[in-house]
Design a binder for this molecule. Structure first.
Ligand SMILES: [Zn+2]
Length: 410
């Protein structure tokens, strides 16, 4: 008998179809969390899942649980899924691949008439990307009780609404569900790598062993607004000059910290941002990542001390606010080994690797056996309309997901 395989063409076409929602001029798409486009994507996902025989449940965070019943529905579900929301200039694969790969697994099982012992679930987590509101991965944080539902509902969006109002408006405000009441047995998330390693190593499947730790800080540097024409240079308290020195110093600081360190200042706001006023305040954000907690701790200490010293030297004020912190995550060893074995059994090249990006799977890992399956993306480009993945690689990841879920669900 020929080995069961997902339908590569069908999986590809669902990406194309979903990519039409929020389509952008250069081939990408934009579905910001809880926007009208996100709702259209959710509605389409639910229609497809119902057609594939799934029961749909929506929780108070707007997470969608598409459940394919098993023979014994008292067993905890074998779960997969990812996110539908995107960055502003996104490609067609980040997040949505994990959701559509789960759907393709269900469709393939339906075509083959296969029933599993345990139920299967495909979950869409709300707001992985953190564009319109914080924190990132908020849906899976609520489900795993790392974020209170009231706190999420009160969170302000960049459009001035609250998350609770948006959920209500879009018709995606369900009952509060956590892992305590909604049992899942394990979670396996498929995702494009969003980095260049698989392509460089010429491997098709990444068996992801964990996620590096991340911390975000908001730094506010304060000086004094003043007239550009009348204020002599030595008398200025120019927050912008001070802040740019800090940015350069931060990059120098991490330059000799090894290959695993990641430091990014991607947001920088100048006040009053007026051409003829000495800038009185600057706010910027630091995104710091490393696989080891000890390194993160040591670096955070050096950054806090170093920035305070720079501010003092320049006669500027300084405050540093914690935005969020994610501890390094280790995935379940048995599940990682299973993914590796299923990749080999399906004839794919495979390597173990760490995820540089944060994912919903990181939140699940503390509570249930969790792992991720990566597939290559061209040149490692992501969060960009130029994000590309091949139909064959997407299908390969879905096949590994299929067999890993089958082996867990019986
Ligand atoms: Zn993602």
């Amino acid at each position: 008998m020929e080995k069961l395989r997902v339908n590569e063409q069908r999986l590809w076409l669902t990406h194309v179809e979903m990519g039409k929602i929020g389509a952008l001029p250069n081939g990408g798409c934009c579905r910001l969390a809880l926007s009208d486009e996100d709702k259209m994507g959710r509605d389409l996902f639910i229609r497809w899942s119902r057609e594939a025989g799934c029961e749909i449940r929506i929780d108070a965070a707007g997470n969608i649980f598409a459940r394919r019943p098993g023979l014994d529905n008292s067993l905890p579900a074998v779960a997969t899924g990812s996110h539908l929301d995107t960055q502003p200039h996104a490609g067609l694969y980040d997040g949505i691949y994990g959701v559509l790969a789960g759907l393709e697994v269900f469709r393939t099982l339906n075509d083959a008439g296969i029933e599993t012992q345990a139920p299967l679930e495909n979950i869409v987590w709300t707001n992985e990307e953190c564009v319109r509101f914080s924190p990132p991965t908020s849906g899976s944080m609520v489900f795993t009780e790392q974020l209170g539902i009231a706190e999420l509902h009160q969170a302000k969006t960049t459009d001035g609404t609250t998350v609770g109002q948006d959920l209500q408006r879009l018709g995606y405000l369900g009952d509060h569900i956590t892992m305590a009441s909604h049992k899942i047995g394990c979670f396996i998330e498929a995702h494009i790598e969003q980095g260049p390693i698989l392509e460089q190593q010429n491997k098709t499947i990444g068996a992801v062993t964990g996620i590096q730790g991340a911390r975000m800080f908001e730094v506010r540097v304060t000086g004094q607004d003043n007239h550009a024409g009348t204020t002599p240079m030595p008398l200025r308290r120019d927050a912008l000059t001070g802040a740019t020195r800090m940015v350069l110093w931060l990059n120098e600081l991490v330059a000799d910290q090894g290959d695993d360190i990641r430091l990014t200042i991607g947001r920088f706001n100048v006040s009053p941002n007026s051409a003829s006023t000495v800038p009185g305040a600057v706010t910027f954000q630091i995104d710091l990542r490393h696989p080891q907690m000890t390194v993160l701790n040591a670096l955070e200490d050096r950054i806090r001390m170093g920035l305070a010293e720079k501010a003092r030297q320049a006669g500027l004020g300084l405050t540093i606010k914690d935005i969020c912190a994610f501890a390094p995550v280790a995935f379940d060893g048995a599940l990682v080994a299973m993914i590796e074995a299923q990749a080999v059994a399906s004839g794919y090249s495979v390597m173990r690797m760490l995820s540089g990006a944060a994912h919903d799977a990181g939140n699940l890992a503390a509570l249930v056996p969790t792992a991720m399956i990566f597939v290559p993306c061209e040149k490692g480009i992501s969060h960009n309309e130029a994000e590309r993945a091949t139909p064959g690689d997407l299908a390969a990841g879905a096949n590994v997901l299929l067999y890993t879920m089958l082996s867990r669900a019986g």
